[in-house]
Design a protein around this ligand. Structure first.
Ligand code: SF4
Length: 97
């Protein structure tokens, strides 16, 4: 896998995130981490940021127990992010067992 092959964040329903606009994530890339596959890039500082013409990629994922995870990178075609156990979780997370 190369950087251009990294999966996109297809949708994100976390309206309060500063990178979110019209259910799309505009960070350059996100990191998924945490006990509940939390989006580590989520931030709510009351102002919009990111890259206006670009959908975020999944730059790294710490959930080695996800069936899509390969060497701490995400091998899914794309992912969805939304509220879960945390304010913003990877909803595509699929545990291996
Ligand atoms: S689908 Fe799995 S490997 Fe991909 S970002 Fe979500 S938790 Fe990580």
């Amino acid at each position: 896998m190369t950087v251009v092959d990294l999966p996109e964040v297809h949708t994100c329903s976390v309206e309060g995130c500063s990178y979110n606009s019209d259910t799309a994530c505009h960070a350059g890339a996100i990191t998924v981490s945490g006990d509940q596959a939390a989006c580590g890039t989520f931030i709510d500082i009351g102002t919009h940021g990111g890259l206006s013409m670009t959908l975020a990629k999944v730059g790294a994922c710490h959930r080695a127990d996800c069936s899509h995870n390969d060497n701490l990178e995400c091998g899914a075609t794309s992912i969805s992010v939304g509220p879960g156990a945390d304010a913003a979780d990877c909803l595509t997370y699929a545990p291996t067992s």
